[in-house]
Design a protein around this ligand. Structure first.
Ligand code: SDX
Length: 396
């Protein structure tokens, strides 16, 4: 049998034939990487739907757990289904003392997103059985992750202050219980309701970087704790969820309304990214930024105004003439920090809170990926050296 010519291998283009390889798109812009029925974004009209329901309506009418159920199972729950789901989540809120002890060994100055990524991954040590074709296993993993992620975020907050984490309160709903575990005080009902609405609007956003990461990890058929841990690590970056922290730092650096225009002009001239602005999908203002502004204003009416909000609105107004023509407007991260700040939440917990909410979306994508799985394994365009001779060490 003759030695085969690699150039003549099946699938290789014949000599002289044009290559039909798809064009390289940095950041996979515009490249569909999956099919999904979970969420739809109309980036020209500024409209967001979860399973066909307007996210703004869900933020006003639903609860985070009901929305999570909708995202993950595709339909709104009946009253009985919701009651059972809420009960199950409530029953699984506690985390093992071993995980709390592990968190006590984390450096107090470490970022809470790193603590969360490590803690989420550690759940796999306790619940490692992989029965991905068993609906009860899927249900149990969904419940555990939704229940335990907020407890772990709150636990690290207390641990790094030198305190012991407090136990969840079974009589409090999801959002109120998280605020309670964080502050050791039962929250005002309006504050809890607004926080729950924040969780709803952060719960899902199609194939963003962290969800893509979750789907890639899911496609290897690993366990759901590894899926969520990989997504948490991806969300942490300043181009993604981490931007909400940086927005407040930017507003403080600008300092006053008369500094907005010169500050923005300098930043744009230096080709800096304005934090909380721009989006791959939206060419108009992110509809979630509009909702967050309304939520912030409700909080200010009740608990007092925040002058940083006036500064933020001035930044939005001045940026409109500089960045608006390029389709760059405020995204979800621009106003969320102002809401959390008014709720008394420390700045470096803004992104972990995003992760609490987005766990619902990651789990919905995990389940959807398992339903029609094929491992992600894209190709690349090789740009390295042509084959070359090995040079022995003494000859280099
Ligand atoms: C989230 O994908 C999602 O859905 C994410 C998210 C979710 O819910 O999961 O919505 C959450 O991650 C919100 C985004 C948070 N990040 C930031 O706020 C950081 C600042 N924004 C960006 O860096 C940027 O807009 C991204 C990362 C959000 C989007 O990046 P793209 O689509 O890759 O765009 P790009 O960086 O290639 O920019 C295209 C052009 C460039 O100009 P030119 O070189 O073409 O002249 O737009 C400019 C950029 O310089 N540009 C900005 C800008 N964002 C884009 N210029 C100034 N400030 C900005 N913020």
């Amino acid at each position: 049998m003759p030695v085969s010519d690699p150039a003549a291998a099946p699938g290789a283009p014949a000599e002289g034939a044009a290559s039909h390889a798809p064009a390289f798109r940095p950041g996979l812009e515009g490249v569909p990487a999956t099919q999904s029925a979970i969420c739809d974004i109309d980036g020209r009209q500024g409209h967001l739907t979860y399973r066909g329901y307007d996210a703004a309506i869900l933020a006003a009418q639903s609860t985070f757990l009901e929305t999570a159920y909708l995202l993950i199972w595709g339909e709104l729950p009946t009253a009985l289904q919701l009651r059972d789901f809420e009960h199950e989540v409530q029953m699984h809120r506690r985390v093992s003392f071993r995980i709390r002890d592990m968190m006590k060994s984390f450096p107090a100055q470490g970022h809470p997103m790193d603590a969360l990524q490590a803690s989420a991954a550690s759940l796999g040590l306790f619940y490692s059985r992989r029965a991905l074709d068993n609906p009860e296993y899927i249900y149990g993993a969904v419940v555990r992750l939704l229940a335990k992620i907020p407890t772990m975020v709150a636990a690290f907050q207390l641990i790094r202050k030198g305190q012991d984490p407090i136990q969840p309160r079974d009589d409090l709903p999801y959002a109120a219980n998280f605020l309670y575990m964080l502050t050791e005080r039962e929250p005002d009902p309006l504050a809890a309701r607004i926080f729950d609405a924040c969780l709803i609007i952060h719960a899902e956003h199609s194939l963003n970087a962290s969800t893509f990461s979750a789907r890639v990890t899911a496609s290897t058929l690993t366990d759901p704790y590894a899926v969520v841990a990989s997504a948490v690590g991806t969300l942490a970056g300043p181009l993604h969820g981490g931007a909400n922290e940086d927005v407040l730092a930017m507003l403080e650096a600008i300092g006053s309304e008369d500094q907005v225009a010169p500050w923005l002009d300098r930043a744009i001239a230096e080709r800096q990214k304005i934090m909380g602005f721009g989006h791959r999908e939206y060419k108009v203002k992110d509809p979630r930024a509009v909702i967050l502004q309304r939520l912030a204003e409700q909080l200010f009416d009740r608990f007092g105004h925040d002058p940083l909000y006036d500064l933020a609105r001035k930044v939005e107004e001045v940026a409109a003439s500089r960045l608006g023509p390029k389709g760059i407007y405020p995204n979800v991260d621009f106003y969320s920090g102002l809401v959390y700040r008014k709720l008394g939440i420390p700045r470096d917990l803004f992104t972990p809170i995003f992760a609490i909410a987005r766990t619902a979306g990651w789990l919905a994508h995990w389940k959807e990926q398992l339903g029609a799985n094929r491992i992600f394994r894209p190709s690349q365009i090789y740009t390295g050296a042509v084959p070359r001779e090995w040079t022995p060490l003494e000859a280099r």
